[in-house]
Write a protein that binds this ligand. Sequence first.
Ligand SMILES: Nc1ncnc2c1ncn2[C@@H]1O[C@H](COP(=O)(O)OP(=O)(O)OP(=O)(O)O)[C@@H](O)[C@H]1O
Ligand SMILES: [Mg+2]
Length: 511
Amino acid sequence: MLAKVKSSSILGIDAYLLDVEVDISPGLPHFSTVGLPDQAVKESRDRVRAALGNIGYEFPVKNITINLAPADIKKEGSLYDLPIAVGILAACGLISHKLLDEYIIVGELSLDGGVRPVWGALSMALAGAKQKGIKGIIVPKENAHEAAVVQDICVYGVSSLPQTIQFLNEEQIIQPTVVNIADIFSNHYQYEFDFADVKGQLHAKRALEVATAGGHNILMIGPPGAGKTMLAKRINTILPEFTLEEAIETTKIYSAAGMLESNLALMTTRPFRAPHHTISDAGLIGGGQMPRPGEVSMTHNGLLFLDEILEFKRRTLEVMRQPLENGYVTITRATASLTFPARFMLAAAMNPCPCGFLNHPVKECSCSPQKIRNYISRLSGPLLDRIDIHIEVPALKYNELTKIKPAENSAAIRNRVGSARKIQQGRFSKSKIYCNAHMNSNHIRGFCQIDDSSRKLLETAINKLGFSARTYDRILKVARTIADLEETPQISMQHISEAIQYRCMDREYWQ
Ligand SMILES: Nc1ncnc2c1ncn2[C@@H]1O[C@H](COP(=O)(O)OP(=O)(O)OP(=O)(O)O)[C@@H](O)[C@H]1O
Ligand SMILES: [Mg+2]
C-alpha cells in the first residue's frame, strides 16, 4: 500500500516542493524515515502515532517506510507531521487519493491531533503557485493569512487533523483564506517617536532625508548627548512606504526564519533593527549549522542601525562588506550553501574620539592624537567607503535648545521622501532594484548624466580629497537622489556639491 502526499520545505528563504511517500507493507512492525531527515523529522513518528491514536485511528502495526523526495536535500523541522499522517491514512485506504496530487500539505501535529504553525508558509505558497497542476495549499490556520498573500493559489487554513481528513475526503468544505492587499497597506502604522521632537540639527535632518530618499548608508559623528541616537531612532518614521514586491521579499525572510507574527499576512512597515555591539558574526550576517538569516537579512529593504559602531568587533563589521556591496550574503556550511538577500540601509553613530569631545566648541578633548587614530581606525577604509553620507552632529547648547522653534514633523519629511521614491520606482521599473543607492555602473551611466561644469567640480574634489573610484560613483548616486527630492530630471552642479559635502568628513577624521 503506497500513498504520495505533496508537501514543501524551505531552503534558505525559498521553498521547494517535495513528495512524502508512504509505504506500508506487511512484516514486523517498523517505522523508518529516509531522505536525509534531521532529528525533528524523525521524531515525527511519535507525534503522528499519538495524534492518530487520540483522534480514534489505530496506528498500523506494520512495516512503514517514509521517503522524503528528493532524497538528497537535508530536511529539518516538524512541518512534515501532517503530510505523514495524511499519507499513512491514505495508504490504509482511509483518505481518498483523489485530491492528494493537487494540494500541498504542511503542518506540525500536536499529540491531540491539533495543527500547529510552521515556518515559511509564504515561500511555500509562492513555490506552489509556480507549479503546474497544484490547486491549493493546506497550511496551519495561523499561517493562512501569510500564505494567502499569494493570489494565484487557494489557501486552506486547518486547525486539526480530523478537519484535514474530512476536507480531503470531500466531507467538509473549507473556505479558502482571502486577504485584501490594498486593505493591509491602508492600515497606517503609528510611530512612537517623531522628528518634531528633535530641535535644530537641520543639517543632520536634511542628510537623513536624502539618505532615506535614496536608501543611502549614513554615518553620524558627534559628541555625547548631541542627539545621534535620538535622530537615528526616528529614521524609520520617515522611511518610504513598502511597495508590494519589497513587502513580499522582506516578509518571506521573516516567515522562513519563524519570526513573523501569527496571523500577520504581510509586513507593511520596513524593518528597523538596532543590534547591540556585542552581537556575533553569525548574529549579524547569519549562520548556524543549517544557515539562518542574520540581522543584515532581517533588515532587507529596511534599516539597520549600529549605534556606537566603533564598539563592534572589527571582524564583525568587516563581514558586512559583502552584503553592503552586493545586497546578499552567501553562507556555506557542510550541509548547504545558502544565499540570503540583505539589501539594507545602514545608519551608524559614533563619537569622534574616545573621550567624545574632539572639536567640541566648549569642552576640551583629553585624547592624544595616537589614541584618536587607534580609535578611529576601528572603522576600516573599505567599510567607510561603502557609507555614502557622513555627517557631523554638533552638540547644541542648552539655551539654543530652548530657543529653537518647533521642528517639522516626520509626516512632512516622509511625504517628500515618498515622492522621491516614486520617481525611483518609475526609473527602475524594468530592473530588480528599488532605489538610487543600489544602482550598478550601467544604471549610473544611464541615469546620472552630468554636465561639463559638474564633472569639473567632481574631478577637482576627487583629486584634492583623494576619493576612490567607488566614492565617485557613490557621490553621483547621492546627487541623483538630491535631484529626485527636488523633482528635477537633470543633476545640477548644486546637487553634486551637496553630495560632495557629505563625503568631506572622512578626510577630517580618517587622515
Ligand atoms: N536636538 C535635540 N533636541 C531635543 N533634545 C535633544 C537634542 N539633542 C539631544 N537631546 C536630548 O539629549 C538626549 C541624549 O541624546 P542622544 O542619546 O541622542 O545623544 P547621543 O549623541 O547618542 O550621545 P552618545 O554619544 O552619548 O550616545 C536625548 O535623549 C534628548 O533628550
Ligand atoms: Mg547615542
